[in-house]
Design a protein around this ligand. Structure first.
Ligand code: C2E
Ligand code: CA
Ligand code: CA
Length: 285
């Protein structure tokens, strides 16, 4: 039995070593791509910007798991920095008012902000930093110290996954973000659930008070799109509008004017493009 347990321990430590060297190779070879997903204004169908999502080769196909593994091995700063640097490449494709939203964990954010404060000429007004609500912020004071100069220079902040856990309200109150991204767990099925609508309305009234823009994440159903539109949310993101893509030609089309390049809502049901147009016409009448 003891021999079995020793072999088990050895297997575990070998697997962990392999995982570590796999993540190290990702960093060394810069082996990641960035998929972009549009965030669309519900008033006029304009693409406000795109969220950058890291894509790693097998067996690292789940970015959240890969980043958590990298964190376990003390490699998350390198990996997240690499993802931000690659995401940066979309900036020349953006319109003046559009942004690229990058995901960073709070401790990496402090480090990246410290470095950004030492650099000049960064196109900060075209960058949104998404801080996940899953991650605890150790010190809001030091986060503010690093972020405030950058925010004054145009950097915008989003609280990601709002409503997915207890920390989101604290993040929102402490950080006063420019964007509140309501988690898919609150959006999925919102059309059929009064309680979800009440919860999301709560975020919306707080957001209106703070002057933040509210984005519904993970919209898959036309009925949920209608529900968030009716509640008065500002913007949407989700498979119904477009799945994340690494194809930059597609990204350029998304970033173009909506009349020319409507989002790829399924052809049998294009509520966003159609209703947007009819509402605009109704307003003009
Ligand atoms: P997230 O930041 O909440 O990103 C949204 C996730 O929802 C993405 O998963 C996206 O592909 C997925 N998604 C978008 N629309 C829909 C939809 O309509 N339905 C469903 N079911 N899912 C939708 P993805 O790309 O697998 O990323 C998972 C998580 O990994 C992200 O969640 C984020 O927390 C993390 N992540 C991804 N890239 C990065 C990165 O470069 N840096 C950091 N720190 N985290 C990242
Ligand atoms: Ca995000
Ligand atoms: Ca999210």
């Amino acid at each position: 039995m003891m021999a079995d347990s020793l072999v088990g321990d050895l297997d575990k430590s070998r697997a962990s070593e392999q995982l570590r060297s796999g993540v190290e190779r990702l960093v060394e070879d810069e082996d990641l791509a960035i998929a972009f997903q549009p965030i669309v204004d519900l008033q006029d169908n304009r693409c406000l910007g795109v969220e950058a999502l890291a894509r790693f080769p097998d067996p690292f196909s789940r970015p959240d798991h890969t980043l958590a593994t990298a964190e376990r091995f003390g490699l998350s700063l390198e990996l997240e920095r690499l993802a931000v640097r690659k995401a940066w490449e979309v900036i020349p494709l953006l319109g003046e008012q559009q942004f690229v939203a990058v995901n960073v964990s709070p401790h990496v954010l402090v480090e990246l902000a410290r470095r950004a404060n030492q650099k000049e000429g960064l196109p900060l007004s075209q960058v949104v930093v998404e801080v996940t609500e899953h991650a605890a912020v150790e010190s809001y004071t030091s986060l503010h110290r690093q972020l405030d100069p950058l925010r004054k220079a145009g950097l915008r902040l989003a609280v990601d996954d709002a409503g997915a856990g207890y920390a989101s309200l604290r993040h929102v109150l402490e950080l006063r973000p420019d964007f509140i991204k309501v988690d898919r767990s609150l959006i999925d099925g919102i059309a059929f659930d009064h309680a979800r609508r009440v919860a999301v309305s709560g975020f919306l009234s707080l957001a209106l008070d703070l002057g933040s823009t509210v984005v519904a994440e993970g919209v898959e159903r036309p009925a949920d799109l209608e529900a968030v539109r009716d509640l008065g949310l500002h913007a949407v993101q989700g498979y119904l509008i477009a799945k994340p893509s690494t194809d930059l030609d597609k990204v350029v089309r998304w970033l173009g004017p909506p009349a020319v390049h409507p989002m790829t809502v399924p052809a049998h049901d294009r509520p966003l493009a159609r209703r947007g147009r009819s509402r605009r016409l109704a307003r003009q009448r």
